[in-house]
Design a protein around this ligand. Structure first.
Ligand SMILES: CC(C)(COP(=O)(O)OP(=O)(O)OC[C@H]1O[C@@H](n2cnc3c(N)ncnc32)[C@H](O)[C@@H]1OP(=O)(O)O)[C@@H](O)C(=O)NCCC(=O)NCCS
Length: 93
């Protein structure tokens, strides 16, 4: 897998995070929320945004991939994030 230098410091796992309350999951809300926030990020002159998911978080991966997210790196999270493995995604704006 190709690796790319991150624009973020190692303790910061991404510019965007999302979470949906359990009783509203599976309705497309996370996908739609990410779709709607991307133009906002673009107005901040950001060339791309980065997001991190866990390797076993298929729902989160689908949310990102449905919004043009490209997996570019698999890494080990810093100790304050548990030293577990993570996937870095990037979405060009
Ligand atoms: C990840 C999360 C935000 C997804 O929210 P959601 O509103 O349920 O997601 P959506 O309904 O928009 O579904 C997005 C995609 O994931 C798929 N999906 C949803 N739940 C899934 C599951 N448990 N397993 C596999 N795929 C799943 C959907 O089918 C959809 O895929 P599609 O585009 O191929 O149709 C939600 O599960 C959550 O809050 N999880 C806990 C917090 C978290 O993990 N946040 C991400 C941290 S990086």
């Amino acid at each position: 897998m190709a690796s790319a230098a991150s624009s973020l410091p190692p303790y910061c796992l991404g510019q965007i995070e999302y979470g949906v309350v359990p009783w509203k999951k599976g309705r497309g809300y996370a996908k739609e929320a990410l779709r709607l926030i991307l133009p906002e990020a673009k107005t901040l002159m950001m060339p791309f945004v980065e997001l991190t998911t866990d390797p076993d978080n298929v729902a989160s991966q689908r949310v990102t991939e449905s919004n043009r997210g490209v997996l570019y790196d698999e890494f080990r999270k810093p100790v304050q994030h548990g030293s577990t493995r993570g996937l870095h995604y990037r979405i060009d704006l």
